[in-house]
Design a protein around this ligand. Structure first.
Ligand code: NAP
Length: 439
C-alpha cells in the first residue's frame, strides 16, 4: 500500500490524486489536505463568479474525491496543525499543491494607501474567501485603475463594470453584490506597461468586454501596431489583438450610450501612488517604448486619477517551514517537481502562476511519474509508513476538527439552499459558519 499526502485541494491537488489512483488503483491511499473546510481551491475562490461553466470541472474532482481510496481532510493547516516532518514520517510522498495565494507587490511609493488591493485579496473578496471577506473596498469614487494585462485584470474590470442583472446565474457573494450595486464608478483604466502585442489576455475573455450592458471598452488606435505585424503572432494572441482593433473602431456615439468606460492604456508603466487623507487618489505613470518585447521608460510622466486600485500582476506561493523555497521566483525550489526526497510540488506551487486549469492535469500526472521513479529506484527508502491511520491518531491527540468530504457535501447543500433566485449557491464566507453547516 502506498500512502500519499497532497496538500491543497485545488485543480493541481485533485489531478494529482486522480493520477495516483490511475497509477496504483486499490494499492494507494491518498489524503488531500486543505486549510479551508471546503475543497477545490481556486475553482471556488479564484475563477470568476460569472464563469460558472469553468467551475463545472469540480464535478470531475468530486468523482475522484468520492472514490474509496481518496479522502478530503479539510480544516487542517499544514505547518501549524501538523508539520511537514511529521507528514513525511507518515506518508511515502508529500505533494505540495498549495498554489500561489499571495499577491506580488508592486514595490511602489504609496502602496500602503487605502483602497489599493492586490488581485488575490480583491478576487478573494468577491468570491467569498474567508481571509478577504471583510475587505470592504470603497466603490464610491469615479475612477478605478486595474494594473496588468492578464486574464485576472480582465476578470476584475468586468466584475466592476457589470450590472446586477448581468450577475444572474453567478455565485458572486452577497456582500460583494451589495457593494457593486451601489458603485459610482464611471471609468476603469487598465494599465499595461507593454503594448497590444504583449498582452496575456485570452480572446474569449477579452471579447466579453464588448458585450457588457453598461460599459464600453476603449483603445487608442494610435497604440496599435501596423496590422500586417499581427500575422506573426500565435493564433490566440492574434485573435485577442483583433478584439483590440475592434474596440479601437467603436464610434464615439456608441461609447456615449454606456455610462462606464473601460480604457485600455498601453505603454503605461506605473511609478508611484499619490493620496489624500490616507486614501489613494492617483497613479503616476511613465510612458514606455517596447523594443524586442522589452519596455523602457521614455521619461514622459502623467497622472491617472484612481479612487480604487487593483493590482493584477501575478502571485507568489506561501513558503512552508522545512521546505526549500525560491524566494525570487515566489515558488518552491524544485527540479521538475522534486523538492527533497519524499517531498514534491505541483501546479502553481511548482511552476508559478501560469497556464489554464487544464495545464495542471499533465502536471499532476507528471509528479506521480516522478514518485513512481523514486519509489522504484529506492530513493524513498523501504520503510512501511502508517499513512492515514497514523495521521488520524495524531489529529485526535491534537483535537483537530477535521472536515470530511461528506461534511463538505452538507456544507454545499446548505449553500445551495441559501442561494438567491437564479444563483447556484450563496457561499459561507467565514470558517465558523462552514463548520456549523457541516453539523
Ligand atoms: P499574467 O497572465 O501573468 O498577467 C500579469 C500581467 O501583469 C502582465 O500583463 C504583466 O505585464 C503585468 N505585470 C507584472 N508585473 C508588473 C509590474 N510591476 N507593473 C505593471 N504590470 C506588471 O497573470 P494573471 O492575470 O494573474 O493570471 C494568472 C494565470 O491565471 C494566467 O495563466 C491566466 O491566464 C490564468 N487565468 C485564466 C483565466 C481564464 O482562463 N478565464 C482567468 C484568470 C486567470 P508584463 O507582461 O509586461 O510582465
Amino acid at each position: 500500500m502506498r500512502h500519499i499526502a497532497i496538500i491543497g485541494s485545488g485543480p493541481a491537488g485533485y489531478y494529482t490524486a486522480e493520477a495516483a489512483q490511475k497509477r496504483w488503483g486499490d494499492e494507494v491511499k491518498v489524503d488531500v489536505f486543505d486549510l479551508l473546510p471546503v475543497p477545490y481551491g481556486l475553482i471556488r475562490t479564484g475563477v470568476a463568479p460569472d464563469h460558472q461553466s469553468i467551475k463545472g470541472v469540480s464535478k470531475r474532482y468530486e468523482s475522484t474525491a468520492l472514490s474509496e481510496n481518496v479522502r478530503f481532510v479539510g480544516n487542517v493547516c499544514v505547518g501549524k496543525d501538523v508539520t511537514i516532518p511529521e507528514l513525511t514520517e507518515l506518508y511515502d510522498a508529500i505533494v505540495i499543491a498549495t498554489g500561489a495565494p499571495h499577491d506580488r507587490k508592486l514595490g511602489m511609493e504609496g502602496e500602503e494607501l487605502s483602497n489599493i488591493f492586490g488581485s488575490a485579496a480583491f478576487v478573494g473578496w468577491y468570491n467569498g474567501h474567508p481571509q478577504f471577506a471583510n475587505l470592504d473596498p470603497d466603490l464610491s469614487g469615479k475612477h478605478a485603475v486595474v494594473i496588468g494585462m492578464g486574464n485576472v485584470a480582465l476578470d476584475v474590470a468586468r466584475i466592476l463594470a457589470k450590472t446586477e442583472t448581468e450577475f444572474e446565474g453567478a455565485d458572486i457573494v452577497a456582500h460583494a453584490l451589495d457593494l457593486l450595486r451601489q458603485s459610482k464608478l464611471q471609468k476603469i483604466t487598465i494599465l499595461g506597461r507593454r503594448g497590444p502585442h504583449q498582452i496575456m489576455m485570452t480572446p474569449k475573455e477579452l471579447g466579453e468586454l464588448a458585450a457588457l450592458e453598461r460599459a464600453s471598452p476603449r483603445v487608442d488606435k494610435d497604440d496599435l501596431p501596423d496590422e500586417a505585424e499581427d500575422a506573426l503572432l500565435e493564433p490566440g494572441l492574434r485573435k485577442s489583438v483583433t478584439h483590440l482593433r475592434s474596440f479601437a473602431a467603436i464610434p464615439e456615439s456608441l461609447h456615449a450610450e454606456k455610462p462606464i468606460e473601460i480604457e485600455i492604456d498601453f505603454f503605461a508603466s506605473p511609478v508611484s501612488f499619490a493620496g489624500e487623507d490616507g486614501g489613494v487618489k492617483s497613479i503616476r505613470v511613465e510612458r514606455t517604448e517596447v523594443h524586442a518585447g522589452r519596455a523602457t521608460g521614455t521619461g514622459e510622466f502623467y497622472d491617472v486619477p484612481a479612487d480604487l486600485v487593483v493590482s493584477c500582476i501575478g502571485y507568489r506561493s506561501s513558503p512552508l517551514a522545512d521546505v526549500p523555497f525560491d524566494d525570487r521566483a515566489g515558488r518552491f525550489a524544485n527540479d521538475e517537481g522534486r523538492i527533497l526526497p519524499g517531498i514534491y510540488c505541483v501546479g502553481w506551487a511548482r511552476r508559478g502562476p501560469s497556464g489554464t486549469i487544464g495545464t495542471n492535469r499533465p502536471d499532476g500526472f507528471g509528479v506521480i511519474d516522478r514518485i513512481v521513479e523514486d519509489l522504484e529506484s529506492g530513493a524513498l527508502g523501504k520503510a512501511t509508513k502508517q499513512g492515514r491511520s497514523g495521521f488520524d491518531a495524531l489529529a485526535e491527540k491534537r483535537g483537530l476538527n477535521i472536515v470530511t468530504f461528506r461534511d463538505w457535501k452538507r456544507i454545499e447543500e446548505a449553500e445551495e439552499k441559501a442561494a438567491r433566485e437564479g444563483a447556484p449557491r450563496e457561499k459561507f464566507v467565514d470558517i465558523e459558519s462552514m463548520i456549523r453547516a457541516k453539523g
